[in-house]
Design a protein around this ligand. Structure first.
Ligand code: MOS
Length: 759
């Protein structure tokens, strides 16, 4: 069932049911009472063996000898796997599809070391402690070779990837960028850099593998069941039907659990060999090198404008790293193709192959780092023009998508900026930097635009109702802490006209209909639409059964789906609850399927969610310490399924943006290729004391172009532009523009002293 017309989707009438209500999470109680079972807590298959990974102590080179004899003799150890005895696996090879999700991801493939901390051995023992202890007894000899670990060392080695992540074109041009930029009376030309960042999800990557004959079940922490299943089958060279992947709860992913990594492969290989369940979790430290990370970027911005502030040329060029052995090409400048009007345009992405692990998608890949350059360049341009930054953005509103030349499905950037400016008190901002003081603090206010694509991926779902009137929904969608269980329960209840507590949503099992899982902010729109259609079909079946069943109180009645509401069928003066009716009209229950996919409207319209972010900071004049004082995000993202959960999502993204601006940085040792700060003591993220006052609000938005519920993705919206708003506030406070993130106090301090004297 789809209801797409040339102009959009017939919208499901909202306002009668639980969609849009700020309900508590249906799984909240399970979580706070410790009853939500995560991968490492699973107990299926009886007492497991425990695995521990040993990582390489070099960044590039070969293993010349590996001696496991002491480890193998250690107490409790049952097996040690190295490249010398690892079972056969599917070959890694060059990807058939760039960035393919379901390609083989074999482990211990040979003596070569491709990145620091790459697994070189796997110890299996009766306890985690025994395995970890024994891993320390393995003696590895290496022939260390010089590696390339520094993106900035030689950008002339950069190459042009064929495509970017998600299939975006590598470059784009429109008009004559170089000519228009050269001729522009007002120009900004600046280079910005964003560092490597780690997802650092609260739940470390973990898996429990067990075999029954030739059938494998893996309980693991993942964002996308089908990716894990397909990649496991390809790696183990077994049919995909022989693999079951289950992940009822996932403790955060942020992109690091989209792809299969080493730990489920090790668990599956060892469990097959040892004929016992094997459980493995990465340590926090191991996550930094082994689960992907946000690639570093160097971004050159060139903005040309006339004296009225109308952009004539926008140029956004990006250099980032990729692993030498597998390409990943972040789409850092892609949003620049849509955000502002300008007749002459250029975006370009180049990669430098380094001897580091693969960069991977990380919350708002593209926009999160890209906006930290573009939206600061816009701030710089506004200052040069003597224009208010919001006014500058308004003067460059495009009437349609500037490069795709299609209409916007909806575009609420200006309303978000207006609403934010009014609520935040933007008029209190002094445009002259370093001119507002509060005691020993310099005070500044900054803003940024927010943009994030509204995406959809194919998804299927099944809904059934049993004889007792209870509804069960099944789909392999995951809940990575985002609230999938809750919003899908709301969608099922609303669509079927039954109470929330009549619905059970079962997720994240490869036995259920396939979805695209959680990623790219497409989860709710894709899975939600599929489930909505399944429930629509089920609703029709229930009503039809009530009408057709001989002896039904509604036999032969004129019924439509509208006669089903509040868990009852009502017609004339008769009403019967589904619980009373079902044994009569369908004693074996009823089941229906639904499917969703991105429709023609995705091609016909430019679809994004928008927002505007505002931040106020205080900078200590003596220490350079930057404290966020308050922050506001105003967002327009279609119909909000659950404002309470959505607000949490947005706040989480905004707070991450504060971290990106001020704290987060994975530092690579350029000699050895190691991430030196690989734990949460030294990899800094904001804590409660760093976030005194942050608020996210939604503007009402009706957008019928994506799906029948008017959903737009919000998972990644909050981080987009958040860092730039903070960076612009720091500049407004201090008059110091730090273009290499994060903006740590050491980068401010030398220049702050001068300002101090001047004030
Ligand atoms: Mo997201 S970076 O697609 O989890």
């Amino acid at each position: 069932m789809t209801e797409e017309t040339a102009t959009g989707f017939a919208q499901w009438p909202l306002g009668n049911g639980p969609i849009g209500e700020p309900l508590d999470r249906v799984d909240g109680q399970l979580k706070v009472t410790g009853k939500a079972t995560y991968a490492y807590e699973q107990r299926q298959g009886g007492k497991p063996l425990y695995g521990f990974l040993l990582g390489a102590a070099i960044g590039k080179g070969r293993i010349t000898a590996i001696d496991v004899s002491d480890a193998a003799r250690a107490p409790g150890v049952v097996h040690v796997m190295t490249h010398e005895n690892v079972p056969e696996q599917g070959a890694f090879g060059p990807p058939v599809v760039p960035n393919g999700y379901a390609r083989p991801r074999p482990v211990l493939t040979g003596s070569a070391v491709q990145y620091y901390d790459e697994p070189v051995a796997f110890v299996v023992a009766e306890s985690f402690e025994a395995a970890r202890f024994a891993a320390g007894l393995i003696s590895v000899h290496y022939d260390r070779q010089p590696g390339a670990f520094d993106l900035t060392a030689d950008l002339s080695k950069a190459y042009k990837p064929e495509k970017l992540n998600a299939g975006y074109e590598t470059d784009s041009t429109l008009g004559d960028f170089e000519g228009a930029f050269a001729a522009a009376p007002v120009q900004i030309e600046q280079t910005y850099s964003t560092p490597y960042e780690c997802h650092a999800a609260m739940e470390p990557h973990a898996a429990l593998a067990l075999w029954s004959g030739d059938e494998l079940t893996v309980y693991m922490s993942t964002q996308v069941i089908a990716n894990a299943r397909g990649a496991l089958a390809a790696t183990l060279k077994i049919p995909v039907e022989k693999v079951r992947v289950v992940s009822p709860f996932t403790g955060g992913g942020f992109g690091s659990k989209l792809l299969l990594h080493a730990e489920p492969v090790f668990a599956a290989l060892a469990a097959r060999e040892l004929k016992r369940p094997v459980k493995v979790a990465l340590t926090r430290q191991q996550m930094f090198a082994n689960t992907g990370f946000r690639p570093m970027s160097i971004q050159k911005l060139r903005l040309g404008a006339d004296r009225q502030g109308r952009l004539t040329a926008i140029g956004h060029e990006v250099w980032s790293h990729t692993a030498r052995y597998e390409e990943s090409a972040e789409q850092t400048a892609v949003f620049s193709r849509s955000l502002y009007a300008a007749p002459n345009r250029l975006t370009r992405h180049r990669l430098v192959a380094l001897d580091l692990h693969r960069g991977e998608w990380m919350r708002a890949p593209g926009e999160a780092p890209g906006l930290m350059a573009v939206e600061v360049a816009m701030d710089e341009l506004a200052e040069k023009l003597g224009l208010d930054p919001i006014e500058l953005r308004m003067r460059n509103e495009p009437a349609q998508d500037p490069e795709r030349k299609v209409p916007f499905s909806s575009r609420a950037l200006v309303p978000c900026m207006r609403e934010g400016a009014a609520s935040f008190g933007w008029d209190q901002r002094n445009p002259r930097p370093a001119s507002v003081r509060d005691g020993r603090h310099l005070i500044g206010i900054g803003m940024s635009a927010t943009i994030r694509p509204n995406a959809m991926r194919p998804a299927k779902a099944e809904a059934s109702i049993s004889a007792d009137g209870r509804v069960t929904a099944r789909l392999d969608m995951t809940d990575i802490g985002t609230g999938s269980y809750t919003v899908l329960t709301q969608i099922a209840a609303d669509t079927l006209g039954v109470p929330m507590d009549a619905v059970t949503v079962l997720l994240a099992d490869s036995r259920y209909p396939q979805t695209a899982g959680s990623g790219g902010s497409f989860g709710a729109a894709s899975s939600g639409t599929a489930l909505h259609y399944a429930c629509r079909a089920l609703r029709a079946k229930i009503v039809e059964a009530a009408r057709r069943t001989v002896g039904s109180p509604f036999e032969g009645a004129e019924l439509t789906e509208a006669n089903l509401a509040n868990g009852e069928i009502q017609a004339g003066n008769k009403h019967e609850t589904l619980a009373d009716l079902m044994p009569l009209i369908a004693p074996d229950g009823l089941t229906a399927q639904g499917a969703a996919e991105p429709g023609a409207s995705y091609k016909a319209f430019s679809q994004y969610a928008y927002g505007a972010q505002f931040a106020e900071v205080a900078v200590d004049m003596d220490s350079g310490e930057i404290r966020l004082r308050r922050m506001l995000g105003v967002f327009a993202a279609g119909h909000i399924l659950n404002p309470k959960i959505a607000r949490s999502q947005l706040l989480g993204g905004m707070i991450w943006g504060v971290g990106a601006a001020l704290m987060e940085e994975n530092v690579v040792d350029p000699r050895y290729g190691q991430f030196v700060n690989h734990d949460l003591a030294e990899y800094h993220v904001p804590v409660h004391a760093d976030i005194p006052d942050v608020e996210a609000v939604f503007l009402e938005e009706q957008d019928d172009k994506g799906n029948p519920l008017g959903i737009k993705g919000i998972g990644e919206l909050g981080i987009c532009g958040a860092g730039a708003a903070v960076a612009n506030a720091v500049y407004n406070a201090t008059g110091i523009r730090v273009r290499d993130y994060p903006i740590t106090l050491d980068k401010l301090l030398p220049k702050l002293v001068r300002n101090d004297r001047e004030i």
